[in-house]
Design a protein around this ligand. Structure first.
Ligand code: ZN
Length: 452
């Protein structure tokens, strides 16, 4: 099984399917064709193209289950990739097998994010020769990295995407070999903070000392967002305990923290990274060190990015931060705060039947007793759209924390790809089995009943 999947991944990842403007459309179309042909060969009955504004369509393919009332499982992955960037050991679109510190792996742009998951889904369907034990809809997104219109299409045409269970495979494990379910995603919000104090810059020798400095005012304001220990100091932002299996040493390695420096914040890493708030200054306009004149600055601005507890209202959280800044008036100077984007997080219920089935499928696939539960820092608006119909949403896949997604030398571990195929096929089997058990399907179906 693994050999043909690896061969498929090498083929698909050699296609530079970048959906961003300025890149040629032909590779996107070639990747689209490749996937449509592969799904059709795997037994898909109904392959539809959806135009969501990308250079090639998003694909929905159906593999009917054994009965009309079979549960519907929607499998999501995406085939567009990030632009390659610089700094690669081998050419980004020449996917290259090699021996990584985590075992045999493949290096190349998009091999992990997210073509490994496209291939894993294909592999899981091949296990059943195109006749899975539940109805499977495969949704292969053409523009996740660039940000297309799929989310609004899902909201406009819920029937097309309706499912009992949704598996989002655009992520993966805490580390290779540690099966991981992502059960929450933090929400996010942005604010623009501006200070205007003078009509123009003025000489720091003649005016500095009395002229109100916009840049210093902004710096004073931004410095109040955290406590001296680095915890968020804004009132009202939710934070809850979260047992994390991620160790501090591992986190330091992943984030490439310089030796001898402390981390920000107090309490467990799970609270700091997943269930608690984070505030980051992501951009600041100021004269550059090389070219800045010796002058008091008349104007300064910064963008503040906020990450929010998975179930806190993002507008409420954004308002707490905006109010905090507006109330400050450093040196008596008011700040202009603009509330920009605010998007909700996602908090998956962990008491449903599909969640239970996923936990046992992941244990079986990775041959371990435990499954790690993590939250992810990113926000996936599509997750909320797909969950809107009431589907149980599961997030797992073939990537892992060391896969270097969006960076040079992206890689996927072949054992992770293989285990994901096993996990997905086991999950489908288990969901089919549970459905049959709960409906007594075989005994009740007149077509299948033994002759009397
Ligand atoms: Zn992705």
């Amino acid at each position: 099984m693994t050999d043909s999947l690896v061969a498929d991944l090498l083929e698909l990842a050699a296609i530079p399917s970048i959906a961003f403007p300025g890149y040629p459309a032909e590779p996107m179309q070639r990747a689209h064709r490749w996937i449509v042909e592969a799904l059709t060969a795997a037994g898909a009955r109904n392959v539809q193209d959806l135009d969501v504004g990308d250079p090639a369509p998003t694909i929905v393919a159906t593999f009917p289950g054994p009965r009309p009332d079979s549960p519907v499982v929607l499998l999501y992955a995406h085939y567009d990739v990030q632009p390659p960037g610089d700094g690669w050991t081998t050419p980004p679109f020449t996917p290259t097998p090699y021996e990584s510190e985590d075992g045999p792996a493949i290096r190349g742009r998009g091999v992990a994010d997210d073509k490994a998951n496209v291939i894993a889904q294909l592999g899981a369907l091949r296990v059943f020769d195109g006749r899975p034990p539940v109805t499977v809809k495969v949704l292969v997104d053409s523009g996740e990295e660039y940000g297309n219109e799929l989310e609004s299409l899902v909201l406009d045409q819920p029937d097309l995407f309706a499912a009992d269970v949704v598996v989002i495979a655009d992520l993966g494990n805490l580390r290779p070999g540690t099966p991981t379910l992502t059960t929450a995603l933090r929400g996010s919000a942005e604010l623009l903070v501006e200070v205007c104090t003078l009509d123009g810059p003025c000489h720091s020798g003649s005016y500095g000392g009395a002229a109100p400095d916009a840049l210093l005012t902004l710096i004073q304001a931004l410095a109040t967002l955290h406590t001296p220990a680095g915890d968020v100091a804004v009132e009202g932002l939710r934070r809850e305990p979260w047992d994390s299996e991620l160790t501090e040493a591992e986190f330091r390695d992943l984030a490439s923290v310089r030796d001898g420096l402390p981390l920000f914040g107090t309490g467990g890493l799970g609270e700091r990274l997943w269930s608690g708030p984070a505030i980051t200054v992501t951009a600041l306009d100021a004269p550059s060190v090389d070219n800045g004149p010796a002058a008091v600055q008349p104007y300064a601005r910064a963008r503040v990015n906020l990450r929010i507890h998975p179930s806190q209202d993002p507008h409420e959280a954004q308002q707490f931060v905006a109010q905090h800044l507006e109330d400050l008036k450093p040196f008596g100077i008011p700040l202009l705060v603009t509330r920009e984007y605010a998007g909700p997080g996602f908090d998956a219920p962990t008491n449903g039947p599909a969640y239970q089935a996923a936990v046992s499928a992941l244990r079986a696939a990775w041959e371990t007793d435990t499954v790690s539960l993590v939250a992810n820092g990113g926000t996936v608006p599509l997750v909320n759209a797909l969950a809107a119909s009431g589907a149980e949403v599961l997030l797992f896949g073939a990537q892992d924390n060391r896969a270097r997604q969006h960076a040079p030398d992206e890689r996927v571990v072949i054992a992770e790809l293989r285990a994901t195929v096993v996990a997905l096929s086991t999950l489908l089997t288990e969901l089919g089995q549970r459905h049959d058990d709960s409906t007594g399907a075989i005994g009740n179906d007149p077509d299948l009943a033994p002759p009397s």
